[in-house]
Design a protein around this ligand. Structure first.
Ligand code: ZN
Length: 174
């Protein structure tokens, strides 16, 4: 700046993926599965569908093919609604933490996004996320129809065929 003033711009909240190490005890197999660490649903809209259809954060053992749900914590950011929701495993709240656990996680999240003009919340499990923020069972039914329509127009695309909804790899595609 010519006049010496500093303009501080807060960086956009961006989608981030990471890998998580998985292990299948009976097979003694290990593999790494992609997971969302944070998702901006404007740039990665399939995250919404992946949550509604509960297909995001699923993986399978490469040997016995047993499907597994991946337990992970991620932040869902909807820029249009100026909303960040941290999605945590459902068992956490049932494990006895209750309200105190919720408020502690909520306060952490407030601090994490303090420089952004967003409201935040914490949910435990995809079901709570769906009910509280994604439109409930009606939205689930609409997501099923949307996915079905997409499947019919993408015959021969192995990433869509025979799959009940977008997985993490699908969400990753832009
Ligand atoms: Zn296995």
């Amino acid at each position: 700046m010519a006049d010496g003033t500093r303009v501080e711009t807060t960086p956009e909240i961006m989608t981030e993926f990471t890998e998580i190490e998985m292990r299948c005890v009976p097979c003694n197999a290990s593999w790494s599965a992609p997971v969302v660490r944070r998702v901006n649903v404007a740039t990665h809209p399939d995250a919404r569908l992946g949550i509604l259809l509960k297909t995001m954060h699923r993986t399978a053992c490469p040997l016995c093919k047993k499907p597994r749900e991946i337990e992970t914590i991620f932040d869902y950011y909807d820029p249009e609604r100026k909303l960040v929701v941290q999605v945590r495993p459902a068992w956490e709240i049932r494990a006895g933490g209750g309200e105190d656990w919720y408020w502690a996680r909520y306060e952490d999240l407030v601090l994490k996004y303090a420089t952004y003009d967003v409201r935040v919340d914490v949910v435990f499990g995809f079901d709570e996320m769906i009910e509280k923020y994604l439109g409930g069972q009606e939205a689930v039914a609409a997501a099923r129809r949307e996915w079905e329509a997409r499947r019919q127009t993408s015959v021969g695309d192995a990433s869509v065929e025979g799959v009940e909804g977008p997985g993490t790899e699908e969400v990753r595609k832009v």
